[in-house]
Each structure stands twice: as C-alpha cells, then as structure tokens.
Design a protein around this ligand. Structure first.
Ligand code: ZN
Length: 138
C-alpha cells in the first residue's frame, strides 16, 4: 500500500464528527439552526451569524465542479507515483463547497470541465480509519 496522504491529527474538537462520519462513508455538513445557513468546512460556530446551535446533516454526494487545477508532479511520498491529478472545488447540491480530488478519469487535463456533474467516491485510508471524500463524473 502506498504511503498515506497527510492525515488529520486527533483529538480535533471541531471536526471530529466529520471525520468519524467518513468511517461510515457519510459526507457531512452543518446547517445553522438560527439563520439556516449552510456551514462547511466543519466548525463550532456559524460563520454567518456566530451561533453555535447547528445540526449535522449527510450530503447526497452529488455536485458540480466549480473549478479545478491539475498537479503535474508532487514529491510527497503519497503523491509522487500518481502522475497528473486534479485538485478541485466541488459545489454540493446542498449548498456547500469542498476542496477535493476528481478521480475516475483517464486524463485530468481533458476529462474535467467546470460545471460538470460529479458524484462522491470514497478513498479508503485503511481498515477502520477515516476515508477521504473524492468525486468522479456522475
Ligand atoms: Zn447562522
């Protein structure tokens, strides 16, 4: 198995529920109970109104590529054998934006367009460990 990507360091009080949910292959986000705002990345307070009264929800994992960039070479041990790969912002249908990778394609330069529909695909990080949410063409 190739070396792991950089991992979150636990305990992580604000994002622990998010990472725990990835072990169940659930992509979670929060909504604010005061202003109904959508909160992502995971955090304690609503960035819109400051309330700490929020609810965790599970995304359906469907979205649209907002933008992307293709990394041609990375020397990090987890990435050096990947070849060219795409880092993207994906807008989920529930109203939040995540930085992620687009996978399941032949050529990241030719096969990705801004606005294309994508769906969630998990990358395992090991048995019983967190998983990373990535996206492939829908
Ligand atoms: Zn709020």
């Amino acid at each position: 198995m190739p070396p792991l990507r950089p991992q979150p360091r636990f305990p992580e009080n604000d994002t622990q529920p998010f990472w725990d949910a990835t072990k169940r292959r659930e992509l979670t986000y929060q909504t604010c109970n005061k202003c109904d705002g959508v909160i992502f990345y995971p955090r304690r307070h609503c960035p819109n109104c400051g309330s700490d009264d929020n609810t965790w929800k599970v995304s359906q994992g469907l979205g649209t590529v907002y933008t992307f960039s293709v990394i041609m070479q990375s020397r990090h041990p987890a990435f050096k054998d990947l070849g060219a790969y795409a880092v993207a912002y994906v807008d989920l249908d529930e109203g939040f934006r995540i930085m992620t990778n687009i996978v399941g394609i032949q050529d990241p330069i030719k096969d990705i367009q801004c606005g294309m529909r994508v769906k969630l695909r998990w990358e395992d990080q090991g048995e019983g460990e967190i998983a990373l949410p990535m996206f492939e063409p829908a």
